[in-house]
Design a protein around this ligand. Sequence first.
Ligand SMILES: [Zn+2]
Length: 261
Amino acid sequence: MKRSPLPKTVTPLADELLSGWLTRLAVTNHCEVDELLAHIGVDTRQVAMLDFEVEVAATTAEKISIAARVASETVQSLTFGTMTQTEALMTAQVAFQSCPDCSRRGIALKQWRKLWAFDCQICGTRLLSILIKPDRSRISEKLVRRARSGAGMLESAVTSNCANKLRRAMRAATYAKALKSVRADTAFALQSPRPDVRLFCLAAIAAAQSRPLVKAAMFSTGLDGYARVALLRAFEKEPRLLAAVDRIVLRNRERLRRAGV
Ligand SMILES: [Zn+2]
């Protein structure tokens, strides 16, 4: 069956996500995205699933490209494509944050799915959880500043493919997540809809850059059982570091005891 192009088309933006662009295309053509896909003969349960198809099936890309009058390669380039294990770990499967300004215009970027993404790369506005309305008054500017710095460090660890930096960052985030009593994986904590959890984990990455042991130990002064297990888990592959943190914790406790606190 020969299908004709859609009445109107929109040009994909740099770094735009396929599902987001298809949604904008649907809006421009006054229909729902499901209707649009059905109309052009693409069979998928959810438009978001197309984002992760390593290579959108050639026939699917072809159908979309004819309908939207863009090159088939352009359609392919809007998916996440082949990712390394680290990239996959650092990319959220579902949207967890968005730019309050750009999303109003129907835009969705690949960048927003990165666990380290902090500010919108189009307009610079801070990305916000799409699930929980942030209570801005409760979040200190200092925490936001530190979290932004930690996010930058995580990004640099991932993009420079530096295993040591990444390990250090994830260890700090693992520990921070445990202090917040979050039992999910660290990667999930970094995409937590709860801004206090996400920001705290990112801030810990920045804190761990300078004097990681002292920072970890400071956090640990009032360790309860669960945090203690978390500490063990965060440092399990580094018994030497764990022992050092333990020594600092004990010393701090002793000092506090002597000071009569
Ligand atoms: Zn934006």
